[in-house]
Design a protein around this ligand. Structure first.
Ligand code: ADP
Ligand code: MG
Length: 660
């Protein structure tokens, strides 16, 4: 037999993208509608990289994600967090990390680091690969539930500094989880890919064939700064090159440090009130509450200027209830975080120096300046880069507004998914953005859209327009960015919105607000609004064609709800088919045996109903969507009711048959 060419329209094999993070992990896919993180309705898109083992040492239960994270303090010895720090490392390599890991790390075969778990009936020794495999298996299951098909292949990301052993360990973890890791991709490369940077070059437009990108990744426990050189693909579908010029960082720096500093603050104040023992560690549940509060408050302060803490410390000796209440401002948090961000910025200086050498310059102060000037784009990655202080410091340092259009904690998974779709052949050249595919504009009073950039404008594109207020004394103006060809905002797609606040009260129409739209060569849209007289400014970034904004995330959530409904219908049809086939078989057999005993009319009716149901079953087996479950249920019911007489005859006859 000769192999036949692939059928046109054959679906490409799915290759998902996985960010297997120290703190959080995610799975994403890139298809016709662009890259998106796969979620289960009602669950968060992030899966905490925490795994708890419970029960007998021989066959423990494994709990992955939110629940494991939430109870890590309660079960310090059987909950494994930050296992990425142990991947592919010897016990000696990992020794610096051990003091920070609450569980027990021991030496396994070939001096590898293993975790010893005290479970019922003894210790269980697990390898970091097995623990990571549990996380990957949870992500695989999540992807399969979201997509409704089996997922066998994945692109998995690792830090740029991972050595061969660490990369191999990551592959092995995939294999243990039933995933073929078709490619290991550096996290900073994935982040650049998510923005479509360096994917392809179009000679007709002056997109740079080569660009230098800094990827600033501040996660939960690690900080990485990488400088990449991207050589765009000569034409769509050909390979783009990503070269890591330098990568530095701090494996002990991240959002956790800020949480701990907040916990230290709360603890100090609780001790001042004598609500906590002056020196002893607080009880595990108090510690857990403090840590959770610290993280929540920190997250809220990324959006709000102020947040409240309220911790119930329980009743004291005098039985008076003790509730610790405090409000924290953004600037207080900034002061607490500053020393950590300073450390990250010092790493950036080192990374620039190293890159300067790689770029063929000798290194040294003036070359650092040159290297800084050579950077074309800065991409923010990691949940902690949501902090406004971090964004400000990075923008100051590089003298560039960093890319923030994509969710920083999703960017790596999205990029891995883009790589996956390129490898599967599903996304050939689909990320090309030479023209703006849909018009871009601002919603004006009354709900119409003022278009600033028209569809099919070549990129990069820039446009400005003046707006004003519509109400006397208005001090804040809402700017809603829309995409689409229709005239009314309600018929277009909302890409994002922001507010320009702090305008001095003036009569309507007096403030002069300049709105600027800028689409760069990678398709990232920046919208800025400046009030001319006061210089007040606000801005937003979005990726109009293939990125994810909050609204899109919401839309996807709705879609996945629709999926959930689909899945339910499918499930019902499948069950009906199984039962209907059993009924048809039973009735067919009985008809053959006892059919003669039925009245002709009854028999004809039964055969008619059976045929009707059989046609539905066959159709459902070809395509479950082709039948209405309710109609099928009615058909099955009708057949069941019509077969009552046949059942009676059959029972009577079989009883008679048993008579001696
Ligand atoms: P990793 O790459 O280490 O797995 P992530 O990129 O998921 O980590 O980042 C996790 C960190 O980001 C945590 O410290 C978390 O508290 C922090 N983080 C997440 N969202 C926000 C937010 N809105 N504001 C500030 N920090 C945040
Ligand atoms: Mg990360």
């Amino acid at each position: 037999m000769t192999p036949s060419p692939a059928q046109p329209g054959t679906p490409h094999e799915i290759i998902v993208g996985i960010d297997l993070g120290t703190t959080n992990s995610l799975v994403a896919i890139a298809d016709e509608s662009g890259p998106r993180v796969l979620t289960i309705p009602g669950e968060r898109p992030l899966v905490p990289s925490a795994v708890r083992y419970e029960g007998p040492a021989g066959s423990p239960r494994v709990i992955v994600g939110d629940d494991a994270k939430a109870r890590a303090v309660q079960f310090p010895l059987t909950t494994i967090t930050s296992v990425k720090r142990l991947m592919g490392r010897s016990l000696a390599d990992a020794s610096g990390d051990l003091a920070y890991l609450p569980y027990t790390v021991v030496e396994g075969e070939h001096r590898t680091a293993r975790v010893a778990l005290p479970l019922d009936g003894g210790d269980r020794i697990v390898s970091p690969q097995e623990v990571s495999a549990s996380i990957l298996a949870a992500l695989k299951a999540r992807a399969e539930r979201a997509l409704g098909v089996e997922v066998r292949k994945a692109v998995v990301t690792v830090p740029a500094y991972f050595d061969d052993a660490q990369r191999q360990a990551t592959r092995d973890a995939g294999r243990l989880a039933g995933l073929d890791v078709v490619r290991i991709v550096n996290e900073p490369t994935a982040a650049a890919l998510a923005y479509g940077i360096g994917l392809d070059r179009d000679a007709n437009r002056n997109r740079k064939p080569e660009s230098v990108v800094a990827v600033f990744d501040l996660g939960g426990g690690t900080f990485d700064i990488s400088i990449l050189r991207l050589t765009a693909a000569p034409s769509p579908g050909e390979t783009a090159f990503f070269q890591v010029l330098s990568t530095t960082g701090d494996t002990r720096l991240g959002g956790d440090d800020i949480d701990h500093a907040l916990v230290a603050l709360f603890t100090r104040e609780l001790r001042e009130r004598a609500w906590l023992h002056p020196t002893a560690e607080p009880a595990p549940d108090v510690r857990r509450a403090l840590k959770q509060f610290a993280e929540e408050v920190k997250h809220r302060l990324s959006d709000a200027d102020q947040a409240k803490v309220r911790i119930d410390v329980g009743a004291g000796g005098d039985a008076a209830s003790r509730v610790y209440e405090r409000s924290i401002t953004r600037s207080e948090l900034d002061a607490i975080s500053a020393p950590f961000i300073d450390r990250a910025m010092r790493c950036c200086e080192r990374a620039l120096g190293d890159a300067a050498r790689e770029l063929g310059q000798s290194g040294g102060a003036t070359d650092d300046v040159a290297a800084r000037a050579a950077i074309d784009a800065v991409v923010l990655v990691g949940g902690s880069t949501r902090m406004p202080l971090v964004r400000r410091r990075v923008a100051e340092f590089f003298g560039l507004e960093p890319y923030t259009a994509l969710d920083p904690d999703q960017v790596v998974a999205l990029g891995a998914a883009v790589q996956g779709s390129l490898l599967s052949g599903a996304a050939r050249g689909s990320l090309l953005l030479d023209v703006v595919p849909l018009s871009l504009g601002i919603e004006t009073v009354g709900g119409a859209v003022a278009k600033l950039i028209l569809r099919n404008s070549p990129v990069p594109a820039r446009a400005t327009e003046m707006f004003s207020t519509s109400v006397d004394g208005q001090t804040s103006i809402r700017l809603a960015v829309h995409q689409g060809e229709r005239e009314m905002a309600a018929d277009c797609r909302l890409l994002g919105e922001f507010h320009l606040r702090g305008l001095p009260p003036m009569p309507a129409g007096i403030p002069q607000i300049e709105v600027e739209f800028l689409v760069d060569a990678n398709g990232v849209l920046r919208v800025g609004a400046t009030e001319r007289r006061t210089g007040k400014r606000a801005s937003i970034q979005v990726v109009p064609n293939h990125g994810l904004t909050r609204d899109e995330v919401d839309r996807m959530e709705r879609e996945s709800f629709a999926h959930a409904r689909d899945d339910m219908v499918r499930h019902r049809v499948t069950d009906l088919v199984v039962n209907a086939k059993m009924d048809l078989k039973w009735i067919g057999d009985r008809l053959a045996k006892h059919g003669a005993a039925l009245e002709t009319g009854q028999r004809a009716e039964l055969e008619r109903l059976a045929t009707e149901l059989r046609v539905m079953v066959e159709s459902a087996e070809r395509d479950w969507k082709s039948v209405q479950p309710d109609a099928m249920h009615r058909a099955k019911d009708a057949l069941d009711r019509a077969s009552v007489r046949l059942q009676e005859i059959s029972i009577t006859e079989s009883l008679r048959g048993q008579e001696p």
